[in-house]
Structure formats: structure tokens, C-alpha cells
Design a binder for this molecule. Structure first.
Ligand code: GLP
Length: 241
């Protein structure tokens, strides 16, 4: 595990964008695993800026997102599909056919999860997976549990996640209770994993996840075993280690 200590959110975002940009330059048709949440937005803004300056070309890049709320379609502004278009895809020269997000409105959960795993397999796996960190240690929507999950599955969101994510919705009742998420196995199979974490509110979970025992109760702790895992965090998020 490598830790890159950034001064603040802006610095963390630029450092992370540099790593992603190097990946795209070295392998123009790479597979990027992408994340939502407030943590990677600055990284996406920096990548858009470099694309506009002519420094990065996304024309051959393929992407696969971590997760999606069950019940929200791509036109819903709280869906992760919408988030990705709004925060990245609409502003770069990526081919929309090369982008993948689980389909939140497919009522056939088993079918949707199997379809998504087949998409990841057909791409030959993920070259670089970007992650944020949930306040309870979740990655994607892999919530604290008794065991680690292997593949894409439907998950019931915990009360902690509903509370953390309600800030994006008009009313707490609007927060979906279920999501489709890549499994821990899918994430661990990525050839490189990069996590962005910012702010003092994440300091204790950073300590627990990366300096505590490896346990499905803190899903991100499994990343301690990944061969190429880099944590890019600002000083506030690293303040307890
Ligand atoms: C959501 C997403 C996660 C993300 C987490 C943290 O629950 N499913 O992928 O890492 O939020 O979000 P934030 O970066 O806003 O703290």
C-alpha cells in the first residue's frame, strides 16, 4: 500500500488525475473503473481541464462504474449514471458506448448482476479502479457484512449510508434502499486501485481501514492485501495516522 499525502482537496484531486492521466497515456484503450460521490469530482474536473488543453485523449478508453441505485434510471439526477455524464462523460471525447454503469431499473437483479460481471470480463478486467471511501468503510456499495462478496450483487444500504447520502436528495424517504454494486472480488481483481479520501470526517475510518484488522466489517480493509493500492488523501483525512 502506498500513501500519497496531499495538502488539501485540490492537491489530492490533481495528484489522482495525474495517476489516471498517466494510465491513459501509457495504455490509450485502458479500462478505467470509476466512482461517484463528492471525493472524485475534483479529479474529474482536472481530467476535463487537461482534455480541453489537448493533453489527454479518451477516444479509446473504456469505463465501468462501481455501482448504481436500484430504481433510478439514467434521467434521474440522483442516479450514478446521470452523475457520470454530468461530471465527466459529457465533457470529454469518450464514446458513450464504451461507458458502463449498472442499470438501476432492471428489476431482474440476478440478470443485471450477471450481465454486469460479463461486461467486466469481456473487457479483460479493470486496469485502474478509482474508489472513494464510505464513512462506514464501504467501497462501491459493499457495506459492512459477515463476509466479502465476490461479484456484482444487489445490496441493502445500511442506515449509516442512507444518512450519509441523504444530503443529495430532497427528502430522506427519497434515498433508495437498495443498490447494485461490483463485488469486493471484482475490485480486488483490478490491476491497480487508487482511492481518494478527503476531510477530517474520514480520519477515523482511514485509520480503521488501513491500520486495523482486515475484516468484512470494514470492507475497505481488504485493500491492504492488494498488490498495487494507492491511497491519495489530504492531511485532514490522514490526521489520525
Ligand atoms: C457512495 C458511493 C461510494 C462513495 C461513497 C463516499 O456511497 N457508493 O462509491 O465512495 O459514497 O462518498 P463521498 O466521496 O461523497 O464521501
Amino acid at each position: 500500500m502506498k500513501i500519497i499525502s496531499a495538502r488539501d482537496y485540490g492537491h489530492m484531486s490533481r495528484q489522482t488525475a495525474n495517476i489516471i492521466s498517466a494510465q491513459v497515456i501509457l495504455k490509450p484503450d485502458c479500462v478505467l473503473g470509476l466512482a461517484t460521490g463528492s471525493s472524485p469530482i475534483g479529479t474529474y474536473r482536472q481530467l476535463i481541464d487537461w482534455y480541453r488543453k489537448g493533453d489527454i485523449d479518451f477516444s479509446q478508453v473504456r469505463t465501468v462504474n462501481l455501482d448504481e441505485y436500484v430504481g433510478l434510471d439514467a434521467s434521474n439526477d440522483q442516479s450514478y449514471n446521470y452523475f457520470m455524464c454530468h461530471n465527466l462523460f459529457d465533457h470529454i471525447n469518450i464514446d458513450p458506448d464504451n461507458t458502463n454503469v449498472p442499470c438501476g431499473v432492471n428489476p431482474d437483479a440476478e440478470g443485471e448482476c450477471a450481465r454486469y460481471d460479463a461486461v467486466i470480463r469481456s473487457m479483460g478486467g479493470i486496469d485502474l479502479q478509482l474508489l472513494g471511501l464510505g464513512p462506514n468503510g464501504h467501497i462501491g456499495f459493499n457495506e459492512p457484512d459477515d463476509c466479502f462478496s465476490r461479484h456484482t450483487h444487489k445490496v441493502a444500504l445500511t442506515e449509516a449510508t442512507i444518512q450519509a447520502n441523504k444530503r443529495f436528495f430532497e427528502r430522506e424517504e427519497d434515498v433508495p434502499r437498495f443498490a447494485y454494486t461490483m463485488g469486493i472480488g471484482d475490485i480486488m481483481n483490478a490491476r491497480r486501485v487508487v482511492m481518494v479520501v478527503s476531510g477530517s470526517g474520514k480520519a477515523s475510518i482511514v485509520k480503521e481501514a488501513f491500520f486495523g484488522p482486515i475484516t468484512p466489517r470494514v470492507p475497505a480493509s481488504i485493500l491492504q492485501l492488494h498488490r498495487d493500492f494507492t491511497l491519495v488523501a489530504d492531511e485532514a483525512a490522514l490526521s489520525q495516522i
